[in-house]
Design a protein. Structure first.
Length: 259
């Protein structure tokens, strides 16, 4: 049986499919109001990074602590749980005051000092697979958190590096099926970072659910082309809501439902 991990009032791993949606980066209060307003009845939780692990230091690094105030306002107005990325130990204390789930990004999957600190919490951790990590290394990283005393880990397959540059990464659905057998931790899929192009996020989402994923985390934006990060993969808000509707019959076909 899959372990139940509670993100706010939403149970991940309880048989339902949990959908997390939102922008790559939190950009402004207005942006987050638009996202939350359009998706309150579609998604179970909102995502948005305020600390961003960018490939180059000259790229937008996130709003930083200004983003916490935005999350506080969005939470009190819309009531949706918040998922956001933690990049280092010193961010933990303040982030757990507002986040219902902390994301560990692909690039920090093997930041063992960070994982050990997260093991001391009870806050749910969405642990993304490094794009070059084997399944064994991924599970080893998860164990750093659980062994420390935090059982609330959700694994997230987000694409691994392949030889083809046509897609951003390669979504490893085989890993989803294998992880579901190897561990009782819930497994989510991030099709957005895997494929890197908005037009293919829907088919990969359907495939992920058919393959046994316990949830999806998807990037969307009120004005996708203007996203300050990951613009090419961002869905429009209407497309995000339609995706959730399209996932429903697939979930039902494999004996699941949307939570
Ligand atoms: C993100 O979720 O915006 C992100 C940076 O993801 P990943 O760590 O999987 O690249
Ligand atoms: Mn992103």
């Amino acid at each position: 049986m899959t372990r139940h991990v509670q993100i706010g009032n939403v149970t991940v791993g309880g048989g339902g499919i949990c959908v997390v949606g939102g922008p790559c980066s939190v950009e402004s209060l207005t942006q987050m109001e638009q996202v939350a307003g359009a998706l309150t009845s579609s998604v179970h939780a909102l995502r948005g990074g305020i600390f961003k692990p960018r490939t180059k230091p000259g790229s937008f690094q996130g709003l930083g602590w200004e983003g916490v105030t935005i999350f506080e306002q969005i939470k009190s107005r819309f009531g949706l749980p918040i998922v956001t990325e933690v990049m280092c130990d010193s961010q933990i204390e303040r982030l757990i005051g507002v986040a219902d789930c902390l994301q560990v990004g692909s690039r920090n999957m093997a930041n063992f000092s960070l994982l050990k600190q997260l093991g001391k919490l009870q806050t749910p951790i969405l642990l993304k697979r490094h794009f070059a990590a084997t399944i064994e290394e991924f599970l080893g990283a998860a164990e750093y958190i659980t062994a420390g005393g935090n059982p609330n880990v959700i694994l997230c397959e987000r694409g691994i590096r392949g030889f083809d540059s046509q897609t951003r990464f390669v979504l490893d659905l085989g890993a989803v099926a294998v992880l579901k057998q190897m561990t009782d931790l819930p497994v989510m899929v991030d099709p957005s970072h895997a494929i890197g192009m908005r037009e293919y996020v829907l088919p990969l989402s359907l495939a992920a659910v058919a393959c046994g994923a316990d949830g999806l985390i998807i990037e969307c934006h009120p004005d996708p082309q203007k996203s300050v990060s990951d613009a090419r993969q961002a869905l429009s808000l209407p497309d995000m809501a339609s995706l959730v509707e399209a996932v429903k019959p697939v979930a039902e076909a494999v004996g699941r439902s949307l939570t």
